[in-house]
Design a protein around this ligand. Sequence first.
Ligand SMILES: [Zn+2]
Length: 270
Amino acid sequence: MPADKKPESESIRPPGDKTGMPPTSARFQTVERQKLSDQVAQELLRLIAKGELAPGDRLPGERQLAALMKVSRVSVRAALQQLKAQGIVDAVQGGGTRVVANAEEVNAGLVQLVRADASNLHDLAEIRANIEVWAARRAALLATPSQLEEIEAALAAMRDPHRPTRFKAEDDLRFHMAIGKASGSAVYMHLLMVLGDVLERSFAYHRYSLYASEHDDHRFLEQHRRIAEAIKMQDPDAAAERMREHLAAVLSKYSDETANGLTVKLAAQR
Ligand SMILES: [Zn+2]
């Protein structure tokens, strides 16, 4: 808000009071308030577009947003309504708002594609292999300290010997999402979220069918560790190369397994 702008509370003074303002000022107030909520919406959109508020992230409450942005709760509420209407945020059950995490229809469509033809899982893995190499490179260039911590935390979970194996796929996905976030690209993050369920399904397939042994776990952990290390060292070439190796390893088993029908069986589950 520009410094010369008056706080809202002063602009809602009723017309005809001792300031001697003409009643026409009422129209001015409406425009003013509208502008404020637009500005609030723009600021929230800017944070989402920069990836500082990632898909699935909860926004602070109305009261907190109002305090942070030094505007009224009315303006915040109007801004949130605007973003909801645009499909950028949605309401959380039990109150609150979050950045829209996936495009439901696209996601459902993808799940159907994988169900209908399991070779689509292979395509997805191949497409990932390309875009994730890009993300790893970007993360090495741009990751902030807190984003590096998120990558480390995901790695620590995978390294924990007491962690139940049922979290294998989830932890792996979390690691790749953390790198996505560190790429500093809101477009990339939103793309990953659009993939949503299909991405989860593909990680589950990799970790419980294609590479289910303890030996595979160690191999994956080592690959993940090396990727994280390159990102931390801010070495984009190494990060890209190590991610490429990791995903090439994932892809290498696909052809055999698809041929013997295992993929089809798995894709029909859930
Ligand atoms: Zn992985």
